[in-house]
Design a protein around this ligand. Structure first.
Ligand SMILES: NC(=O)c1ccc[n+]([C@@H]2O[C@H](COP(=O)([O-])OP(=O)(O)OC[C@H]3O[C@@H](n4cnc5c(N)ncnc54)[C@H](OP(=O)(O)O)[C@@H]3O)[C@@H](O)[C@H]2O)c1
Length: 326
């Protein structure tokens, strides 16, 4: 059984493991819709309810894929999607847009692609620099009132932005990168979420696959996002893989995989995690991590071995880093 957590003060109680659907459309190499639909159905069968997507994943493809899943099952699925990153089809170049008209347009487009009448959780994918978050929250509050979205979320915001946003309308969830490779959120954002009763959703809880310990740079496809991410590029990947000893030792002691230990560590922090996969075998392995109990000693060892800043290379390019902690 997956443990459950509340989604903010007014949200539902949901299983703490959701499913990250991004890789089913883009970013991590080849995709296969039939296989992805089988993963979505199996995740639902295993008790997953939160399905995480965004309008920009595959330029709408990911939301349309979820619509196909919802049509054939997916009862009580909880759909989280995001707006705010605009890009032209086939191009990597992107811009951040939180203008009121664009938000309303983007919401309608997501509803249409998803084939639903209300989005359960609508995130600001990236806050636009220079635009007051209060203005964005007013627009989103209007969408709640109009019944187009049920809950509001923010992704990769600073604690200060979060507090200001929450002052306008309750924020149900913050989604930011959090794993043994990326612990920046522990300084200010996680404490702010705890104080304000806001759920925290850890994206890339496997460090974009790094913590599985099996990745080889030569295996990454030509269009794989990680080829250009400093943490995976050049010698950084080898250096980072060489740091996984403590994780591997605990995994051996617990008769688990490094991925499972990495996910159990995230759950032990009392937050949601949305590991992403397009493969049934990984999905089943990841969900089984909900039953893996790490001792306090295991957690303390992991905390020490992977103190913030232990890994080489930033998680995004310099351009990408401009959009985080906004
Ligand atoms: N808000 C944001 O800005 C933001 C940014 C990034 C991601 N996200 C969300 O967070 C979700 C999860 O993050 P993520 O997909 O980037 O990273 P992740 O969950 O840390 O890792 C995904 C990668 O790990 C591999 N993997 C998964 N389970 C594995 C296992 N048991 N053994 C070995 N490898 C395994 C996957 O391989 P396969 O692909 O081959 O299955 C994929 O390459 C995304 O799907 C997306 O919904 C949000």
């Amino acid at each position: 059984m997956i443990p459950t957590l509340p989604l903010g003060a007014d949200g539902p109680q949901l299983p703490a493991f959701g499913l990250g659907c991004m890789g089913m459309s883009e970013f991590y190499g080849k995709t296969d819709d039939a296989q992805s639909l089988a993963v979505l159905a199996r995740a639902h069968e295993l008790g997953v309810r939160m399905f995480d997507t965004a309008d920009m994943y595959g330029n709408g493809h990911n939301e349309e894929l979820l619509a196909r899943f919802l049509k054939t099952g997916g009862r009580n699925a909880f759909i989280a999607t995001k707006f705010g990153i605009r890009k032209a089809p086939g191009e990597y170049a992107r811009s951040i847009d939180n203008s009121p008209d664009y938000i309303r347009e983007a919401c309608e487009a997501s509803l249409r692609r998803l084939g639903i009448e209300r989005i359960d959780l609508y995130y600001v994918h990236r806050a636009e620099t220079g635009r007051p978050i209060e203005e964005t929250m007013e627009v989103l509050a209007g969408l709640v009132q109009a019944g187009k979205i049920a809950h509001i979320g923010l992704s990769e915001v600073s604690a200060d932005t979060l507090r200001r946003a929450h002052g306008v309308h309750p924020v149900a969830a913050v989604q930011s990168e959090y794993s043994l490779t990326t612990r920046d959120m522990e300084a200010e954002v996680l404490p702010a979420c705890r104080e304000l009763g806001i759920a925290f959703v850890a994206y890339s809880p496997l460090g974009r696959g790094l913590l599985a310990g099996t990745m080889k740079s030569g295996d990454l496809a030509e269009n794989d996002f990680r080829r250009n991410a400093p943490r995976f590029a050049g010698d950084a990947l080898e250096a980072n893989l060489a740091r996984l000893d403590t994780l591997r030792t605990i995994a051996d002691q617990r008769e688990a995989t490094p991925s499972q230990v990495a996910l159990a560590w995230v759950l032990a922090k009392g937050v949601f995690a949305i590991p992403g996969t397009k493969r049934l075998s990984y999905l089943e392995q990841n969900i089984a991590a909900a039953s893996l109990h790490l001792s306090e000693d295991d957690i303390a060892k992991l905390d020490r071995a992977y103190a913030p800043g232990s890994f080489t290379g930033e998680r995004y390019t310099a351009e990408g880093m401009k959009g985080v902690s906004a």
